[in-house]
Design a binder for this molecule. Structure first.
Ligand code: ARG
Ligand code: ZN
Length: 493
């Protein structure tokens, strides 16, 4: 036995070494935030998650959610403790099998202190057993958990995970997901990706969903309620799963007439952005009173309000465009939001052109002319709008104007090469506005510093427009304008 070769004294010395306090050994707590300038407390430092396994039970009658999250991660520093972002009540935490100490801290931090120090670069399995009534929890005075008459929905940006699973809540830390939720028979549980199985037992039905491509935490969604689920396959071969609350009343037709075009829109967008990046597509329309839609990965969240004035394929185009611009290629920092919203809005302009309701150039001209130079619209800088203006109309509309300005500057060949090449170059990863400029310069062979500065970073109306708009006095309103603007004006809600 090799053990015999070690003197008893040496063994004792080894255990003393292990017991040395964390600080003395160079181990330290992970930061409570990942370092985002807009949201310093969002996400956490010291580790990187690769997978979330959520096994949950939900009772619609009482809004009780309970279950276990198993989180696979790798440490990025020598860690003595680390945070998760979470609001529900925690019963137990285990780290690599051993029970760990835990405590709530700040607005939405769960501080976990494992028994053993965690060396940089090691694999860590964190098991969190929890329960709670999400609708009773808030942080910073708000909640993004939306109850419906027959259940609830988790879908918001930039935060929604705190109300249903512990996470490293920032787009920089993307991971794959298995989400398995048991609900009373007759209720459905909708989440991202592919439905792996449903099984029924003792009055409960378990829905198990899998997202096998990296996904940002705010793009993970959960909807619980009575839904009608439709399935189909797009002409291009993308499986489509949509779900409609059975409670949509008069709005049911308009919702379906829009969202059932998902497959067609995905195929059409592929022509501009390259192959659809995920194994499934679709959307769901729960019976919420929220006003915005959200590009939740593979399964877009639509509020019924989006279809209150009739069908709206424009919002479907917007949210599906995000699957490339935002979901596959995610932001490095929330200040890079133009990379999401500028391009999703521009996709709506391209769709308008496709539908014969106004060209992208006409929409650019009209947008430019709609806002006089003293309009506060021009004070928002889409390239760094500030947290309070993250979803301001300017991020969308001036953001799309910037895209049209780029197109006019580098010409259609280079522009469409950039539009398609970008989602490939950064597929399933993260990128910044600076990365985009560098890529567009590389593809076009042009220096674009002045263009980006003018359109994204100056708090003023560009004096000489790179779009033809500067020369037009009163361009006619494109037919698609109201639908696109409605999508936009609903974003604030
Ligand atoms: N990314 C979403 C969209 O463009 C906007 C979400 C806005 N969030 C909000 N709480 N208003 O469709
Ligand atoms: Zn958007």
């Amino acid at each position: 036995m090799h053990r015999r070769l070690i003197a008893p004294g040496a063994l004792a010395a080894a255990s003393v070494l292990l017991a040395i306090p964390a600080s003395a050994a160079g181990y330290s707590p992970g930061a409570p935030g990942i370092g985002d300038p807009y949201y310093p407390a969002y996400g956490n430092g010291g580790y990187d998650v690769s997978h979330y396994d959520l096994r949950l039970t939900y009772q619609p009658a009482t809004d009780e959610l309970a279950g276990t999250a198993t989180i696979l991660a790798k440490t990025t520093q020598d860690l003595s403790s680390f945070d998760l972002d979470f609001l529900l009540d925690v019963q137990e935490v285990r780290v690599n099998g051993a029970t760990a100490a835990f405590a709530a801290s700040g607005e939405h931090e769960l501080v976990v202190t494992p028994k053993q120090l965690l060396a940089k670069g090691s694999s860590v399995t964190v098991v969190v057993r929890y329960s709670g009534v999400p609708s009773t929890k808030s942080a910073y005075g708000f909640s993004t958990w939306h109850r419906t008459p027959d259940g609830a929905v988790a879908a918001d940006e930039p935060e929604s995970a705190w109300w249903w699973f512990p996470s490293n809540d920032h787009p920089l830390d993307k991971a794959t997901y298995d989400v398995s939720v048991a609900v009373p028979d007759g209720t459905q549980a909708i989440s991202n990706g592919t439905l792996q199985s449903t099984s029924s037992r003792l009055g409960w039905t378990r829905y198990t969903w899998r997202q096998n491509k990296p996904q940002a935490t705010y793009l993970a969604t959960l909807a619980l309620g009575k839904f009608d689920i439709t399935t189909s396959t797009s002409e291009g071969g993308v499986p489509v799963v949509n779900a409609y609350s059975r409670d949509l009343g008069d709005g049911d037709g308009a919702a379906r007439a829009s969202v059932e075009r998902t497959g067609e829109v995905v195929d059409w967008l592929s022509g501009y952005f390259g192959p659809y990046p995920f194994g499934s597509a679709g959307g769901y329309v729960p019976n919420t009173t929220t006003t915005y839609a959200l590009e939740t990965q593979t399964r877009v969240f639509y509020s019924p309000r989006q279809f209150a004035n009739g069908s709206n394929t424009s919002v479907v185009v917007h949210e599906l465009a995000h699957q490339w611009y935002g979901d596959s290629v995610s932001l490095k920092s929330w200040k890079d939001i133009w990379l999401n919203e500028g391009f999703a809005r521009y996709a709506q302009w391209l769709w308008s052109e496709h539908e014969g309701e106004g060209t992208a150039q006409q929409l650019a001209d009209y947008t430019y002319a709609s806002h006089p130079a003293d309009d506060a619209f021009w004070t928002v800088r889409p390239g760094d709008p500030g947290a309070e203006n993250q979803f301001d109309a300017a991020v969308y509309d001036r953001g799309a104007l910037a895209v049209q300005a780029l197109r006019n500057e580098i010409g259609d060949d280079a522009f469409f090469a950039v539009l398609k090449g970008w989602p490939q170059k950064y597929a399933y990863g993260n990128a910044s506005v600076a990365d985009f400029r560098e890529y567009a310069e590389q593809v076009s062979g042009k220096r674009l510093g002045a263009l980006f500065d003018t359109w994204l970073f100056q708090p003023t109306k560009p004096a000489v427009s790179a779009v033809s708009a500067g020369t037009l006095t009163a361009p006619a309103q494109p037919k698609s304008w109201k639908k696109i603007a409605a999508t936009n004006s609903l974003h604030g809600g």
